[in-house]
Design a protein around this ligand. Structure first.
Ligand code: CTP
Length: 205
């Protein structure tokens, strides 16, 4: 199971809180996993991308939708690759009509979304979990800390400014063995390298 793309958290009927994720990295990982012979479910936020052939796609909008879709399928998955750029907060009181311009400032109260990857990683007998980290600075330190905090065996870190919307990327993989650099390349090339790395870490069957 793979998540991809941004989440969208409504403020009113026409506006929302989202981010610049295009979904390209997650879709490339889904394609690479199918090529490697996996049965793939892609839980996707809103993107304009075509579903890779052979992938089962589940469309979601908010982080809470994504959480529900993922948790319903997590026990059946062998591997969970969490590529989605999940919004950490959502507006608590989305308005059922377009908010009109007023005279002063507008305050939005935001509530914390569930940590989807954190919850899947904490499941007893859950899938092998792979996280992504989009950082804007201090990539190595932030990524190491994130892998420890989420208690996941493998984390792929990238710089947000190098990946969002682009067809290329560079990844740094962190696992118990150390740090593995996957230099700048098309996302599908990196996705295949990532799948190969994951396959090597899985117990032989
Ligand atoms: N993630 C998730 N649920 C969330 C937030 C993040 O499943 N509510 C997953 C992402 O898919 C990614 C990993 O956790 O695999 C790290 O996401 P990131 O946004 O980089 O980290 P956060 O844990 O949100 O930490 P911060 O935003 O403070 O850097």
């Amino acid at each position: 199971m793979i998540t991809a793309g941004p989440t969208y958290e409504p403020i009113d009927t026409v506006r929302g809180v989202t981010n610049q994720s295009s979904g390209k990295m997650g879709y490339a990982v889904a394609q690479a996993a199918v090529e490697a012979g996996a049965e793939v479910t892609l839980v996707s936020g809103a993107t304009v991308l075509a579903t890779p052939a052979g992938v089962e796609r589940v469309d979601v909008t908010t982080a809470r939708d994504m959480h529900k879709a993922v948790m319903a399928r997590a026990k059946q998955a062998d591997v969970f690759i969490s590529v989605a750029a999940v919004a950490d907060y959502y507006p608590v009181d989305p308005q059922p009509h377009k908010i009109k311009r007023g005279d002063g400032n507008l305050k939005l109260e935001l509530a914390l979304n569930p940590d989807i990857l954190g919850e899947v990683a904490a499941l007893p007998k859950g899938p092998f979990c792979v996280g992504f980290a989009a950082e804007t600075e201090d990539l190595n330190a932030n990524a190491q800390a994130k892998r420890k905090k989420k208690r996941i065996p493998l984390l792929a870190a990238n710089l947000a400014q190098e990946t969002f919307g682009k067809d290329t990327n560079a990844l740094t993989l962190f696992d118990d063995e150390g740090v593995h650099e996957l230099p700048l390349a098309p996302k599908i090339v990196l996705a295949r390298q990532l799948i190969e790395h994951i396959a090597k870490m899985l117990p032989r069957r």
